[in-house]
Design a protein around this ligand. Structure first.
Ligand code: NDP
Ligand code: 8X3
Length: 259
């Protein structure tokens, strides 16, 4: 059943990967969209594509989730125009680097902690009060299998995603007494720009992450999110872990040997 048609869905990190796939999926179901990311030109291209193919309203804004005043301004703009999101998909996030903790670059740590944890908090703090005030809403945080199990050199990225899991559980407790739902979707390997970003643009290294097996596609995660946000109001998926079949845990993957 389609329960999102006509609703407003705010997606952070909508300029690529999972966020863009969610935007396409939600627009196809008739939802109106607010799309945030830093790359405004990517958002504008997506906006044009969605408007051409679906009869929905799309509001795009260049927002760096690390920039709390910018997040607050963008939220006030939305809410001030009467657009309180029915669903918030806290998707913006990244890994930066892959090193032993005693060899890591503190700039990478700041980038991950500021985006994955503080950025998610900034957006939640700006939007959730409006959901609480009208006693309606659903927050979907994108965590990771990296938030359930550490892997070698994952250290700080793992810590941020363990933190996202704690924030999902904590936020769910904090909205007790309201009908608001808080969910987490925790994917394993999804082939997006994620590894390009992690390896600072080293495309060969990024490609090697997904070689020899069938990783998830961003659309697979958008499907799962669409399932969760279309459930009736008395049903909340607290945490959904989704892995490629070939991935058995965070670092055990059945890979075909290179020919
Ligand atoms: P992509 O790199 O393709 O997309 C990441 C998105 O986050 C981009 O739209 C990017 O937009 C946005 N973003 C990054 N930093 C900021 C910021 N400071 N402010 C606003 N937006 C930002 O990767 P994915 O789609 O794979 O990643 C989406 C989420 O999924 C992340 O939270 C990631 O941790 C999580 N995840 C990914 C997995 C994977 O294997 N790919 C597995 C498990 C979880 P822009 O650069 O334009 O700002
Ligand atoms: C992204 C998946 O395993 O590369 O969260 O950390 S992993």
């Amino acid at each position: 059943m389609n329960r999102v048609k006509g609703k407003l869905i705010l997606i952070t990190g909508a300029s690529s990967g999972i966020g863009a796939a969610c935007a396409r999926r939600c627009a196809a179901e008739g939802a109106n969209l607010a799309l945030w990311a830093r790359r405004q030109e990517r958002l504008e291209e997506l906006d044009a594509e969605l408007r051409a193919s679906h009869c929905v309203t799309v509001l795009v804004a260049e927002v760096d989730v690390r920039d709390r005043p910018a997040v607050n301004r963008a939220a006030e703009q939305l809410v001030g125009a009467g657009h309180v999101p029915d669903v918030l998909i806290n998707n913006a996030g990244l890994a930066s680097g892959l090193s032993k903790v005693h060899e890591g670059d503190p700039e990478d740590w700041d980038r991950m902690i500021d985006t994955n944890l503080k950025g998610l908090l900034n957006v939640t703090r700006a939007i959730l009060p409006h959901m609480v005030a009208r006693r309606r809403g659903h927050v979907v945080n994108i965590g990771s299998t990296a938030g359930h199990m550490t892997y070698p050199m994952g250290n700080v990225y793992n810590a941020t995603k363990f933190g996202v899991r704690a924030l999902t559980e904590g936020t769910n407790l904090d909205v007790a007494g309201t009908p608001i739902r808080v969910s987490s979707v925790d994917p394993g390997f999804v082939e997006t720009e994620f590894s390009d970003v992690r390896f600072h643009g080293d495309k060969d290294r990024a490609r090697s992450v997904y070689q020899g097996f069938q990783p998830l596609r961003a659309d697979d995660i958008a499907d799962a999110i669409a399932y969760i946000i279309n459930l009736p109001e008395h049903v909340n998926v607290l945490d959904m872990i989704i892995m490629p079949t070939a991935q058995r845990n965070v670092y055990v993957v059945d890979r075909e040997p290179a020919s």
